[in-house]
Design a protein around this ligand. Structure first.
Ligand code: ZN
Length: 372
C-alpha cells in the first residue's frame, strides 16, 4: 500500500527524485506539503489547492483533537472527507503544538498533559492516544508523538527528549491498529551531532515506513540546520522517505534536498500570503508597498495561477489595503503554486543532473535582489 521508489539521484549531492505511493495516490518527491491547520488550507477550497499543483497536504492533530474532535471528524467520513481532499494527507501527532502552543502542565515518560488553548480543559496525550486520534482522523501518513525541546534547551534536556521520543516511537508502533496508514518516526537531538546520531539509530531500529527530522527550523538558523542535515543521508535508510518538518524557506529546501530530504511542510506560503507577501523566482514581493499601486503586471508573467492569470499587482495591493478577503486567497493560491512549481523544477533538475548549477542560479535570483 505504501511504497517509496527512488527514480534518480543527483551525481554531485544526496538529492534524489522519487515516488511515494499512498492509499490516496502518488506523491512525486521532493514535494512540499501545504498546511491545513484546522482541516482547511485557510481561504482556499480543496479544488483550488489541487489547482496549485500541491500533491499532499497536512492537517494538525492538536487542533483537530480539540476542535471538532477526532470522533466528529470520523463521523464526517474522516479527514479526507472533512477536508474535501481525495489525495494523500499527513497528520502530525500533536506533539509540536502541545510544546509550542499549549499551557504545558506536565510531561513524563507516560505522555504530556496540557491545557487546551481554546477552553482551558485538561487534555492528556500519550503515544497510544496520539495513534488512536490519528487512526480516527484517517490520514495516509501519521506521525509518532515526540518531545520537541526549545532550540535553546540544554544538552541534558535534549538528550532526555531523544531518549523519550525514541521510546514513544516504539509505543506508537505497538499501538497502531490500522494497516492502511504509514507511521513515521521523528528524529530529535537539537543541533548536537551525537544526539542526532543516537536518535536516528534508535528510531531506524524500529523499521518504520518513513523517517522525519524534527526539532529544526526553531530558531537555530540556516547554517546550523544544514550541519545537522549533513549527516541525514548516512543516518536514514535510502529506500525510505525522509521528511523535514516545518521547513519552507526556499534556501532551506534547496539545502535539505541536496542532503537527501524528500518531503517538507510549512505554513509560510499561506501565512505569508495572508500577510501580503508573494514568492517569486526573483525574490519576494510585498504587495502593500506603494510601488505596486499602479502596476498592471501580474505577480509573475509565466505563473499559471488564477492570481497571475486574471489579477494585476495593483489590484492585489488594493485588495489588501481595503482588507478584502480575496487578497489573502489570491496570494495563498499564488504562493502554493510557486512552491509546487519550485519543487517540480527541482525534481526535473535532479533527473537531468543539473541540480547543483540550477541551485546556484535559483539562489542568486531568489536572494540576490532587494525587497520589492
Ligand atoms: Zn501566480
Amino acid at each position: 500500500m505504501f511504497e517509496f521508489e527512488v527514480l534518480g539521484t543527483d551525481p554531485s549531492s544526496a538529492a534524489r527524485v522519487g515516488r511515494f505511493h499512498t492509499p490516496h495516490g502518488l506523491v512525486e518527491t521532493p514535494a512540499f506539503m501545504p498546511v491545513g491547520t484546522c482541516a482547511t488550507i485557510k481561504g482556499l477550497t480543496a479544488d483550488q489547492v489541487k489547482a496549485t499543483g500541491s500533491q499532499m497536504i497536512l492537517a494538525n492533530t492538536y487542533h483537530l483533537l480539540l476542535r471538532p474532535g477526532p470522533q466528529t471528524v470520523a463521523a464526517l467520513g474522516g479527514v479526507h472527507a472533512t477536508m474535501a481532499w481525495d489525495g494523500p494527507i499527513l497528520t502530525d501527532s500533536g506533539g509540536y503544538q502541545v510544546f509550542s502552543l499549549a499551557d504545558l502542565r506536565d510531561i513524563s515518560d507516560e505522555g504530556v498533559t496540557f491545557r487546551s488553548h481554546i477552553d482551558g480543559s485538561r487534555v492528556e496525550l500519550t503515544p497510544e492516544r496520539a495513534i488512536a486520534v490519528q487512526e480516527a482522523l484517517g490520514a495516509d501518513v501519521i506521525m509518532q508523538l515526540d518531545e520537541c525541546p526549545p532550540h535553546d534547551a540544554g544538552r541534558a534536556v535534549v538528550a532526555e527528549a531523544v531518549r523519550r521520543s525514541a521510546a514513544w516511537a516504539a509505543r506508537c508502533r505497538a499501538a497502531q491498529r490500522r494497516d492502511d496508514q504509514a507511521l513515521f518516526a521523528i528524529q530529535q537531538g537539537g543541533v548536537d551531532p551525537e544526539l542526532r546520531a543516537e536518535s536516528a539509530r534508535r528510531i531506524v531500529e524500529l523499521d518504520l515506513p518513513g523517517y522525519a527530522i524534527g526539532g529544526l527550523s526553531v530558531g537555530e538558523g540556516h547554517d546550523a540546520m544544514m550541519r545537522v542535515l549533513d549527516a541525514a543521508d548516512g543516518q536514514f535508510p535510502r529506500k525510505k522517505p525522509r521528511y523535514l518538518m516545518g521547513v519552507g524557506e526556499p534556501r532551506d529546501l534547496l539545502g535539505a534536498i541536496a542532503r537527501g530530504v524528500d518531503l517538507f511542510d510549512c505554513v509560510m506560503p499561506t501565512r505569508n500570503g495572508r500577510n501580503a507577501m508573494a514568492y517569486t523566482w526573483s525574490g519576494s514581493l510585498k504587495l502593500r508597498n506603494a510601488a505596486h499601486a499602479g502596476d498592471a503586471r501580474p505577480l509573475e508573467e509565466d505563473c499559471p495561477c488564477l492570481a497571475c492569470r486574471r489579477y494585476s499587482r495593483g489590484t492585489i495591493r488594493h485588495l489588501f489595503m481595503a482588507r478584502e478577503m480575496l487578497g489573502p486567497t489570491l496570494l495563498s493560491l499564488h504562493n502554493l503554486t510557486f512552491f509546487a512549481r519550485f519543487t517540480a523544477a527541482i525534481r526535473a533538475a535532479i533527473a537531468e543532473g543539473t541540480f547543483g548549477e540550477q541551485t546556484d542560479r535559483w539562489l542568486a535570483a531568489l536572494y540576490g535582489g532587494k525587497a520589492r
